[in-house]
Design a protein around this ligand. Structure first.
Ligand code: GLN
Length: 545
């Protein structure tokens, strides 16, 4: 029997709803339950793939090629359950399906309405593809009170009735702010948020209260009384020192116990095994040194734009038992004097150019690659960071002075060009510059074959790998021989040998650039081998400088 935990947020956004959902998933897993986690997003984009990272943060890509909300990254990092297309839906996708059906005539004769058509579509999505997991944790994006989330709340309200209290429970995350002038925690925003929820027919069973100070028993009683929940089901959530402490903290506050109780399960019947999380916290709390990694990118003012990347670097630190200190650089600042690059990057132990889109800042990224290559500082290029590394090598190692990417316009030497055709399983996918932008990139898991004797072959310890992709442009295989002769080895290719997947410089201590996004598959308890190796190289570098 699959049980559903519906998770809503109140008062303000950014309370860590995604992280709490992921942590609860991990806690239920630690007791032997199987879980799936999914997110219902009320905005009208069909998926977040067309939004700026400044708007939405990172786009998390699943194996099956969905461009999804970054919370799915938390879910996967905490539970290791591979997320998929069916784990993220938006109002845009729901309406797109309904309108397509209406045009086909599937509803002939009927007036198509929010209730029941939109709510039914949301319910179908929520109940579908659950793999018979013991628990499905279903997070509703946005904050209670938003107009656009109403159909989602109505849908989960209906599901609460249809599934019954043993199969559905409602968890609400709110804020209990501390007012310094009064020296008091305030429960009123929580009361209002729950009142709003109850006015649309949802009575939360468990309240999780984010707070900066301990909630005294008297205030906890007050919250319970005004919000109509049991006192034990008021869970306080103090700020954590690391996101990997969050499952342990929630467990200590009794979150998993309360969720189990709320669906009629006895928490004493299962014993949580949290050893994995304690081990991770040992790495967090007792690193043996620190490495400094420069990220040279475009969206550096918003770390959420690089969420998985930051975490994968942290995991690489766990693998080497060091703390990873990230230094952010807007690549545009490297487009002026060469001395600026030297001053900024001379003392870092590794340089990483992440994924990105568009011409702005590209020359600065290329300057960072040149610096890493010439000064033998470990370099890790990811997606756009690989494409720029190849342009750099073409210009400065192979003497192709006008080498560039056609992403920035037509050019004489298109070292990186539009991807117009590729193999996906047994089918050939074709694209042209005229195609619509949404969901048309080369997305999701594709295999790559590694060349024996190369650094990446050694790092992965296997020949065939599968990694997640999200790109529209590709390195032009026609330049392979010239680039290899100049010292840039093509160490990984698509199985048909047509798409370059990895390049490396054998003459460099650690220079690896990949077309895919390895950061999406890294876990704290299973650091991605490339991140483990990159931080390992940075540790070596830190002993030199
Ligand atoms: N803009 C490049 C492309 O579309 C790189 C994409 C990325 O870094 N994810 O191919």
């Amino acid at each position: 029997m699959t049980r559903f935990v519906f998770i809503t947020g109140g008062v303000v956004s950014s309370l860590g709803k995604g992280l709490m959902s992921a942590a609860l998933g991990a806690l239920l897993q630690s007791r032997g339950y199987s879980v799936r986690l999914r997110k219902l997003d009320p905005y009208l984009n069909v998926d977040p793939g067309t939004m700026s990272p400044y708007q939405h943060g990172e786009v998390y890509v699943t194996d099956d090629g969905a461009e999804t909300d970054l919370d799915l990254g938390h879910y996967e990092r905490f539970t290791a359950v591979p997320t998929r297309q069916s784990d993220n839906v938006t109002s845009g996708r729901i309406y797109q399906d309904i309108i397509a059906k209406e045009r086909r005539g599937d509803y002939l004769g009927a007036t198509v309405q929010v209730i029941p058509h939109v709510t039914d579509a949301i319910k179908n999505f929520t109940l579908a593809d659950t793999d018979d997991a013991d628990f499905v944790l279903c997070e509703i994006g946005g904050t209670i009170g938003d107009i656009e989330s109403l159909p989602f709340l109505e849908a989960i309200r209906q599901l609460g009735n249809e599934l019954g209290p043993d199969r559905a429970t409602f968890l609400h995350l709110t804020l209990v702010p501390y007012i310094a002038a009064a020296g008091e925690l305030k429960t009123k925003p929580t009361q209002h948020s729950v009142k709003e929820l109850r006015s649309i027919g949802i009575q939360p069973d468990v309240l999780v209260c984010r707070c900066e100070h301990e909630i005294p028993d008297s205030e906890r009683r007050k919250i319970a009384l005004f919000c109509n929940v049991r006192e034990g089901a008021v869970i306080q959530a103090l700020d954590a020192s690391s996101i990997y402490e969050v499952p342990l903290n929630y467990h200590a506050e009794g979150l998993d116990d309360e969720v189990l109780r709320s669906v009629g399960l006895d928490p004493h019947e299962t014993t949580p095994d949290l050893s994995k999380w304690h081990e991770i916290m040992e790495h967090v709390n007792a690193p043996e040194g620190e490495v400094r990694i420069a990220i040279v990118g475009k969206y550096v003012v918003l770390p959420d734009a690089y969420k998985s990347l930051i975490e994968a670097l942290v995991h690489g630190g766990f693998a080497n038992n060091v703390k990873v200190k990230i230094e952010w650089f807007d690549s545009e600042v490297f487009e002026g004097e060469k001395s600026d690059v030297v001053t900024a990057l001379e003392n870092v132990h590794g340089i990483l150019v992440p994924g990105g889109f568009g011409e702005r800042g590209a020359e600065g990224k290329i300057a960072a690659v040149t610096f890493a290559r010439e000064n033998k500082i470990p370099y890790f290029g990811i997606c756009f960071g690989m494409q720029m590394a190849v342009v750099e090598a073409a210009r400065n190692l192979a003497g192709v002075s006008t080498a560039n990417s056609t992403e920035f316009g037509a050019c004489d030497e298109p070292i990186v060009g539009l991807l117009t055709e590729w193999q996906q399983g047994d089918t050939v996918v074709q694209r042209s510059a005229k195609d619509a932008k949404g969901g048309t990139m080369r997305l999701g898991a594709y295999d790559a074959r590694l060349v024996p004797g190369t650094l990446v072959h050694d790092i992965y310890g296997q020949e065939l790998i599968s990694e997640r992709h999200r790109h529209r442009y590709e390195v032009n295989i026609a330049y392979k021989e010239r680039l290899e002769a100049a010292g840039l080895k093509f160490s990984g290719l698509s199985p048909n040998g047509e798409l370059p997947e990895i390049v490396e410089i054998p003459e460099h201590p650690w220079f690896v650039a990949v077309q895919y996004h390895p950061e999406l598959k890294s876990k704290p308890f299973e650091p991605h081998p490339l991140f483990a190796a990159f931080i390992g190289a940075a540790v070596k570098q830190s002993r030199l400088v």
